[in-house]
Design a binder for this molecule. Structure first.
Ligand SMILES: Cc1ncc(COP(=O)(O)O)c(C=O)c1O
Length: 493
């Protein structure tokens, strides 16, 4: 080999550069971060909900060439605190009642910090027997909460989207051996788009989706499902799965799980439940009653980063016949023979898409152990009560119409002006007024709501999942809605 660098030259060239800081510098930097997190939480209620900048503004603040040279951590951190963090909406603010709130507990935040710091590779038993055991335990707790049998398995993933995709991938493998020709999937028009996206990725095209009609409360109709399955079988289609929602995002509606489970079982169709946020209500007595039938699911999705107070990202998929997860995903390449273990020693990389995966179960485990499940149950119960309280309070105002009553922490409503036209124009006027009201609510930065469309009506959603939300927050929300609604009605403000 000509022109080869000599050993001596190489020895001279290698300068032992690393990214390590000395201990004191690490502690100081970490203290800045921890202080920031603690102060952020302590000041949440007093602070506005946050803000959104336009792209030109964020470009002006943050655009820079790839930095060749170092900047002090102090300076980088200050930039984050000044120009990045304020330009967010706080999903954990006690008056964030929009979309699906995410309000992590402090202990679970610490769990996430530890996950990064401990740098666990949670893909194989060989590299993470302790963490894998913790994940097995967390999954067993979730199985217990939902009433799934001991043979069920699961996987902690990034969130509901990946959990739905994973569950449906397992269904495709178990029911169809991955051959999607003439396969059909049943879902309602209330299913989360994560399901649509998952089906698309799995090669199940839109013409293979059967939108099962819903009732007046946006719940899938089991008789319509049974009818559709019969028709499809007669026409030579291959029913794969029925995808139900246990807590739709729009209205919190719960499909009639027990009845659908029966239809699915009678027809050998996979029964999937997207309980991304709603599933944790099973911890409470009334939630368990509402979710009756979830224990019969072939696969279930739960998001600890929603109603289980973990930081983003944390989702979970559970599969009744656990072996199907491994059968769907297990592949043994040449370079992984060292880590192949007997089944008791779980390689979580064989249960889903990710090989290199973080130890997300840690934040769940630490929080559940530290707070105790009784406390979390009490908080979920409190959220159910607060939702009911908010709806009752709103009902007392003639300007507010409850459109769908509370279900799993969500209700919908709209503002009614004192005078508005009747007939066809009525809905258009109401829609415009409520759209305008929402813009005003968001601009106030004192309250965050979101909207949805229900059979053409533009309605506002109110979703209480935050352990920090209080009666006073609900009252403040009501007062502000009435004030801003009045201004929208008069075209002032
Ligand atoms: C019912 C439901 N399913 C799935 C998802 C998607 O979950 P993620 O955003 O964690 O991917 C959501 C998100 O809000 C949801 O509400």
């Amino acid at each position: 080999m000509k022109n080869q660098t000599s050993l001596e030259e190489l020895e001279m060239r290698i300068r032992d550069v690393s990214l390590d800081l000395d201990r004191e510098a690490m502690r100081q930097a970490a203290r800045r971060v921890v202080d920031y997190v603690v102060d952020r939480i302590a000041n949440l209620r007093a602070n506005p909900l946050g803000r959104e900048l336009r792209r030109e503004e964020t470009e002006a603040l943050l655009r820079e060439p790839l930095p060749e040279n170092p900047t002090s951590f102090e300076e980088v951190f200050a930039k984050f605190a000044r120009d990045v963090a304020p330009n967010t909406i706080a999903l954990d603010h006690p008056r964030f009642f929009a979309f699906i709130p995410s309000a992590p507990s402090f202990i679970s935040i610490l769990g996430d910090m530890l996950t990064a710091g401990a740098n666990v590779f949670a893909g194989t038993w060989f590299e993470s027997s302790g963490p894998s055991q913790v994940e097995i335990l967390v999954i067993d707790w979730f199985k217990q909460i939902l009433g799934l049998p001991p043979g069920a398995s699961g996987l902690i993933v990034s969130g509901g989207s990946l959990a739905n995709l994973t569950g449906l991938a397992v269904a495709r493998h178990a029911v169809l051996n991955d051959d999607t020709r003439k396969a059909v999937v049943y879902l309602s028009d209330q299913a989360h788009t994560a399901v649509d996206r998952g089906l698309r990725i799995l090669g199940i095209r839109e013409e293979q989706w059967r939108r099962v009609p819903t009732d007046t409360q946006f719940r899938m109709q089991p008789e319509a499902l049974a009818r559709q399955i019969r028709q499809d079988l007669a026409a030579g289609f291959r029913p794969l799965a029925v995808v139900t929602s246990a807590g739709t995002t729009s209205t919190g509606s719960i499909d009639p799980l027990a009845e659908i489970a029966r239809v699915a079982r009678d027809n050998s169709v996979w029964f999937h439940v997207d309980a991304a946020y709603g599933g944790f209500a099973a911890l409470t007595g009334r939630g368990r009653e509402l979710l009756r039938g979830i224990e019969q699911a072939d696969s279930v999705v739960l998001d600890p980063h929603k109603w289980f107070y973990c930081p983003i990202e944390a989702g979970c998929v559970l599969v009744r016949e656990g072996r199907w997860m491994r059968e769907t995903f297990h592949i043994l390449p040449d370079y992984m023979h060292d880590v192949e273990r007997e089944e008791r020693e779980v390689n979580f990389c064989d249960y889903g898409l990710q090989l290199t995966r973080s130890f997300r179960a840690l934040k769940v485990w630490m929080a559940v152990k530290t707070y105790g499940i009784a406390r979390i149950r009490e908080i979920i119960d409190q959220c159910l009560d607060l939702t009911e309280y908010a709806a009752r309070l709103f009902q007392q105002s003639p300007q507010l119409e409850i459109v769908t009553s509370p279900s799993l922490g969500v209700f919908t409503f709209r503002y009614l002006p004192a005078r508005f036209p009747s007939g066809l124009e009525r809905e258009a006027v109401l829609n415009r007024l409520n759209d305008d009201l929402l813009v005003r609510i968001i601009a106030s930065r004192r309250l965050m709501l979101s909207s949805t469309r229900l059979e053409g009506r533009h309605v506002l959603r109110f979703c209480v999942l935050n352990h920090r939300s209080r009666k006073e927050d609900v009252r403040t929300a009501r007062d502000l809605i009435l004030q801003l609604g009045g201004e929208a009605e008069r075209g002032t403000g």
